[in-house]
Design a protein around this ligand. Sequence first.
Ligand code: PLP
Length: 473
Amino acid sequence: MTPEEFRRIGHALVDWIAEYRSGIEQLPVMSPVAPGAIRAELPARPPERGATLDSIVDDLNRIILPGITHWNHPGFFAYFPSNTSFASVLADLTAAGLGAQCMSWQTSPAATEVEEMMMEWLRQMVGLSPQFTGVIQGFASTATLCALLCARERSTNFSQDRGGLQAEEKGLIVYASEESHSSVWKAARLAGFGKENFRQIPTDENHALIAKELEIAMQTDHERGMRPCAVVATTGTTNSTALDPVADMAVLARLWGAWLHVDAAMAGDAMILPECRWMWGGVEGSDSIVLNPHKWLGTGSDLSAYFVRDTEQLIRTMSTNPAYLKTQHDARVKNYRDWGLPLGRRFRALKLWFLLREQGVEGLRARLRRDLQNAQWLKEQIDAAQDWERMAPVHLQTLCIRHLPAGWAEGAELDAHNLRIAESVNRRGRAYLTPSILKGKQIIRVSIGAETTERRHVETLWRELQEVASAVQ
Ligand code: PLP
């Protein structure tokens, strides 16, 4: 492709994205295709000859678009948001155009230094003290794996340089609430702790970890000759945005010499609002923190910010330093290849830079406050409705609710009824929700926060929920 052809088709694709975004509200939020439908449209063998990019754009409309679930749709109330603002789209296009690698400072000094400054800006934005230094990881799952690897190495005085975990006399234990994200126990398994050494601590009526239960578990493990190694606190659990008692957990972690990691994948974004910071009170006592600007803030995947107190610990755990990667500047610069798992790294900081320059922190704060207000409005409607029930506090933008018609008892029928409501709303195409289970009960989970979602969309959702609830009864 010549630069001229690239220019022509590139402009057409930017137009295509703008058209897509401006008409997104007319599309069904959740892709309606059946499993295998998209695959069936693709030839079984790779093309021998190249085709024009115009024909590829035709296929984008015909094959790809029907198989997309629209995360930037104003009716997107599922999971947590994954906002990809226009500024971020353009930055990713630019980063791809530059094709820069930021594994080492020398392989693209701008990529490293912009990342350094973006993490410094973000640290200030969320109100963390300068004892924390940030680095971009792809996803929160990777950041939590990094945290548990560092915890393992700190507890064993770098057993990876000897016989590894297999040579350790005492079993190392990881603790997190029963409501912690699946990425936490996945990280514990992958880091070699083993399922038997992962403790799921019970939660209270607000679905937050009970500190007393953690205390008992750590004491019991110690008495059994095990070593408490890592504690993961969640600020804003996936199910219900529950808030673990970070300050109490920090005290216990310190008492047993365990690493404290705070998983604030979603709620961390809210810390750009000073009025939300009480939610992770005690965070300064942690060893590491993860938050995802790619959820609510709008950088698009993949931009997870991992903040650590002891960068030397991280680098010693992660670095390899073979001769072919050494450069003359190594003593004076950050080489991010030593701050995480992969060697190669995209220039991801560019999209945070574009986003922050375009919207300013004030712009982001205004949007998040809008979403918090919309969530409070919906909470008021639920609380006022006789046959609806709220199943968790609404700290942020997520509501856990269920329909409870008069005279219905707890049990399988009620659960099935609520699952039917969620599935039916999703099939209608105007909104997309996540059904989930909270303390054994079927809930309908409403997560507000797509960049395009205004009050009227939340009002429409509430009307639709009520209509569907009476229709499926
Ligand atoms: N932790 C929490 C609390 C989450 O809600 C999620 C995803 O929603 C994750 C971790 C995993 O995030 P990622 O997809 O960035 O790995």
